[in-house]
Design a protein around this ligand. Structure first.
Ligand code: SF4
Ligand code: SF4
Length: 518
């Protein structure tokens, strides 16, 4: 399938269902009595607690530091007391519980003091990235990758274009739409900071053409060369690679990153959070969440403190958390069902979709009939039916030959499959298996290296022990050999005695002979 600049291949025209929640302004949700902060709300290593049970905390106070370079710190989103550090339900498809810091709110909502660093233009770039890191900012479009890393192209990298992703192409979700309408100045402020941080000369905000008010608000707020461009409303126009193609005409190489095309992409909510972090010194402690779907009496967009249990959010929107059916986090195409509404809102929670009719999921899966519909809609120009075949048979080499890792898990292939095959789930499974095997291989490599190192160390220790013994023996031997020359006077005396004895014996024998001759 050929493509032209300003467009991308495949994709779907979907019913957006956005009017359910897009008409009302963002409302601040009250602070709940108990908040739960997972240590792992991002890609990378979990954060490490820096508070103890019983300690009092303030809104914006650091409660867990980044666990590694690829990690992000966590901050309390209100004032209160640390009630526990323990495993709790978290929003993850696995349904597993994970380590969380639990804070009982004191109702005062007192803030820590924040230090605004001043003019970002004057800041050292590494200090600027560090400020963004310390604010705990990660990709808020759902990816959760620590933002400061994406803002560091490294010595070899070159970024000339910043793309802000305001496409919001998933059905039902409208949180970015409302944010762009109501906080356009924050989005543009963040765009300028990002452009400065990566040294780019161009910054464009891409907005799907079904959000005219958002595009207008951004255009009114745009300054210093930031531009706003509307893009076709076709799912998944908001995929990173698709948006880059639409806005710049550039292709991100297979297995490559936007950096390889000279571009960095950030979500508009992430840009607004960057603006707060740099201009006001505020960490990320709240986000806008769309709460929508047939199971919600009053769909809307709420500004929710991070750590708020989803059950509280649902109650606030007129849904009985104990009576609702499926709650999907994210949109209908790429979201996942949560297992427990006690799970909290985290940095990546953009939408709670309640009681969505899941007709397709209830359809029995049938064999592939090789109709090719999945190929037609794939925006990554992949062969989903081939990928499915090899993923199902666990042929993980072959599945990579068919560019599995270029799959963006958009779900377009699922959507059109007449056999109701959950293709994207197979691809997610195959990726997870390959990553698990890779992790296992790395673990085995490290274990082997450790074993070889230990062996080498023991051999070295044995060699050193033997050398020490050899030297010790040599030292013990040396004094005996060297005893005579060690006391030269004694040797002289002994020699003299020997000579005297010899003379004496000689004289004695000479006298004897003389007497006989006489
Ligand atoms: S759409 Fe479904 S049935 Fe058709 S080729 Fe793809 S996997 Fe097979
Ligand atoms: S889920 Fe993957 S294979 Fe399926 S259409 Fe999207 S990119 Fe293509």
């Amino acid at each position: 399938m050929s493509t032209k600049t300003g467009d991308f291949p495949g994709g779907l025209h979907l019913d957006g269902h956005k009017a359910l929640s897009s008409g009302r302004p963002v409302e601040a949700m009250p602070v709940p009595p108990v908040l739960v902060f997972p240590l792992h709300q991002h890609i990378g290593e979990p954060a490490v607690p820096v508070v103890e049970v019983g300690e009092r905390v303030l809104a914006g106070q650091l409660i867990a530091r980044a666990g590694d370079y690829v990690s992000a710190p966590v901050h309390a989103s209100t004032s209160g007391r640390v009630a526990a550090i323990e495993k709790r339900p978290v929003p993850h498809p696995s349904g597993l519980h994970a380590e969380c810091i639990v804070v009982e709110a004191d109702g005062d909502d007192r803030e820590a003091s924040f230090e605004a660093p001043g003019d970002f233009d004057a800041m050292d770039l590494s200090a600027l990235r560090n400020r963004i890191r310390e604010a705990g900012i990660v990709g808020m479009g759902g990816a959760g990758f620590p933002t400061f890393i994406k803002l560091n192209p490294g010595p070899q990298g070159h970024i000339d274009t910043v793309v802000l992703n305001g496409a919001e192409c998933e059905p039902y979700i409208t949180c970015d739409d409302r944010l762009m309408q109501e906080r356009a100045a924050d989005v543009v402020g963040g765009a300028l900071i990002i452009r400065h941080a990566v040294g780019a000369n161009r910054c464009v905000i891409g907005v799907e053409d079904n959000k005219p008010q958002a595009a207008a608000a951004l255009r009114a707020a745009a300054r210093d060369g930031v531009t706003v461009q509307t893009v076709v409303t076709r799912y998944p126009a908001g995929g990173e690679k698709q948006l880059i193609k639409i806005l710049t005409g550039r292709e991100v190489p297979s297995d490559g990153l936007p950096l390889n095309a000279g571009v960095v992409v950030q979500n508009v909510a992430t840009a607004a959070a960057i603006n707060h972090a740099v201009s006001e010194g505020r960490p990320l402690i709240a986000r806008v969440v769309t709460v929508t779907g047939p199971g919600v009496a009053e769909p809307r967009n709420l500004e929710v403190r991070l750590g708020t249990p989803m059950a509280d959010v649902l109650s606030h929107c007129g849904a009985d958390p104990q009576a609702v059916g499926a709650v999907v986090v994210g949109g209908s195409m790429m979201g996942f069902a949560i297992h427990d509404v006690a799970s909290p809102v985290v940095k990546t929670t953009n939408c709670l979709l309640v009681d969505l009719a899941v007709d397709d999921a209830e359809q029995p899966q049938m064999p592939c009939i090789r109709c090719g519909a999945c190929v037609e809609v794939c925006p990554q120009l992949l062969l989903p039916q081939q990928l499915y075949w090899y993923a199902k048979s666990r042929d993980f080499d072959k599945v990579q030959d068919y560019s599995l890792f270029d799959c963006i898990e958009c779900g377009c292939c699922n959507f059109v499959c007449p056999s109701h095959i959950p293709l994207a789930s197979y691809f997610r499974f195959a990726k997870n298996e390959i990553w698990a095997q890779e992790r296992e291989r790395l673990r085995a490599d490290r274990a082997r290296e450790r074993h070889e190192f230990n062996l080498a160390r023991k051999e070295q220790e044995e060699r050193e022990r033997q050398e020490r013994q050899r030297r010790k023996k040599a030292r013990l031997k040396e004094p005996a050999d060297a005893a005579e020359p060690a006391d030269p006077k004694k040797a002289v005396v002994q020699e003299a005695l020997k000579r005297a004895q010899a003379r004496k014996e000689g004289l004695d024998s000479g006298t004897e002979g003389t007497e006989k001759r006489q």
